[in-house]
Write a protein that binds this ligand. Structure first.
Ligand code: HAM
Length: 421
């Protein structure tokens, strides 16, 4: 038997209802804040990700699904959505309509990481991006929107962690100071960090190896190197969060795994996830639109790990009805013919209906209806047709009643609607 690929997964009926509910809740909230959907391809030219995420990141160095197509063009399954959204914003000159664009993307991303709980090779993100607003209020608004979503979905134990990564004016000074410090402790760093300390020293800050964390105990903090503008921006983001009663913690080690960030970087972390504690990550990327060939337009966004959100959202104990409202159990050919007609009309009229099409006995049909968690069963055979009334059984109360066959669809809809209340 051919099994699915390691790190990939199926989302089965019974689970997909949770995904759909969470997606609907997020989309409704995003629409309230003026975001609109953008759909982008699942594959792009490799160069797009290499240039935006950064050549010296784990994602680009080790994790991308990259392959040549039949003509030798290098393509990559998207490891994230931001780069593609920026490409699309530039390519379609969305800024010419209005530089301020607020968009969201929901879909699969691909990273060849080591699979474990909460970490997959095909995973899903709920991603939102805002172009054209440099003011710190939007940073706070995005975080507020995320916290609200987590509250609506009953996600336990959520903490907002933020940092400022500075800008091209102030970051080089910090980078130098950090590199100097790393050179002094290089003997205590893991081999990855030794490499990172010269090529991409910021990456060392979020290395998960305990020895590295210990070695960099005295590492300088970016927040101490911010230029006046970046410092004022960060202070206003924090003040706005405080005014909105959103508790948050500054973590000077929060650098994120993608190189495009400037100024505000943030994560929503939760204790409910074990090692993979980030349910969401994001930040500003004021230089990316220009770096990819567009105008100089600031931007900011986030991506929620959809898989992780599904795993931990309590949803206030919500259960999803997975059975049909009505299961039609016909007996005999005439009953089946009539039942088929009704099922077509009922389905079109908005009733979740399941028609038994096989010729199995009423007893086994009832068993199947029970297994499917059908709310009601409608029985129709020769006797019912002769009498002019079908039998409706409420599966929860086991009550049976007769429904006149004349205008059965209308009668039944009224009855089911009344029963639902
Ligand atoms: P990221 O931190 O790489 O950021 O990913 C965002 C979220 O996706 C993570 O916090 C995590 O919940 C989820 N995630 C990442 N990798 C995996 C995986 N292998 N399995 C399951 N979940 C995963 C970005 O992707 C940026 N594009 C976010 C952003 C948008 N920044 C600005 N705009």
């Amino acid at each position: 038997m051919i099994q699915l690929i390691r790190g990939f997964k199926d989302i089965l009926p019974g689970e997909s209802e949770r995904w759909q509910y969470i997606e609907r809740t997020a989309v409704e909230l995003f629409h309230n804040f003026g975001y609109r959907e953008i759909r982008i391809p699942i594959m792009e030219r490799t160069e797009l990700f290499a240039r935006s995420i950064g050549e010296n990141t784990d994602i680009v160095e080790k994790e991308m699904y990259t392959f040549p197509d039949r003509k030798g063009q290098l393509l990559t399954l998207r490891p994230e959505a931001t780069a593609s959204v920026v490409r699309s914003y530039i390519q379609h000159k969305l800024y010419a309509r209005d530089p301020i664009q607020k968009v969201y993307v929901i879909g699969p991303m691909f990273r060849r990481e080591r699979p474990q709980k909460g970490r997959y090779r095909q995973f899903y993100q709920i991603d939102a991006e805002v172009f054209g607003v440099a003011e710190p209020y939007v940073d706070a608004q995005l975080i507020h929107m995320l916290v609200t979503l987590c509250q609506r979905l009953d996600v336990p134990d959520v903490h907002v962690v933020i940092n400022s990564l500075g800008c091209p004016r102030c970051r080089p000074g910090f980078r130098e100071a950090l590199a100097r410090m790393l050179a002094e402790v290089s003997g205590q760093l893991c081999s990855d960090c030794v490499r990172r300390s010269t090529r991409n020293p910021l990456r060392v800050l979020d290395c998960k190896v305990p020895a590295c964390q210990e070695a960099i105990g005295d590492a300088p903090a970016m927040v101490d190197y911010l230029c006046d503008d970046c410092r004022a921006h960060f202070a206003e983001v924090r003040d706005t969060l405080t005014r909105a009663s959103i508790p948050h913690r500054v973590n000077p080690r929060l650098v994120r795994g993608l190189d495009y960030y400037t100024r505000t970087a943030f994560e929503l972390q939760t204790g409910a996830l074990g090692a993979q504690s980030a349910v969401c990550g994001g930040g500003r990327y004021d230089g990316l639109v220009k770096a990819l060939g567009g105008p100089d337009i600031p931007a900011i966004g986030f991506a929620i790990g959809f898989d992780r959100l599904v795993e931990i959202a309590g949803l206030n104990g919500r259960q999803f009805a997975d059975g049909p409202q009505l299961f039609i159990a016909p007996i005999g050919d005439a009953g089946r013919r009539q039942a088929c007609q009704w099922s077509l009309e009922l389905g079109a009229a908005g009733v979740a209906v399941e028609l038994e099409m096989t010729t199995r006995s009423l007893k086994s049909q009832m068993k199947r209806a029970h297994r499917m968690h059908a709310a009601h069963v409608l029985i129709v055979g020769d006797d019912e047709l002769a009498k002019g009334a079908a039998v409706l059984r409420n599966m929860a109360t086991k009550e049976q009643s007769e429904i006149p066959i004349e205008d059965l669809v209308g009668n039944l809809r009224t009855r089911l609607a009344a029963d639902k209340k």
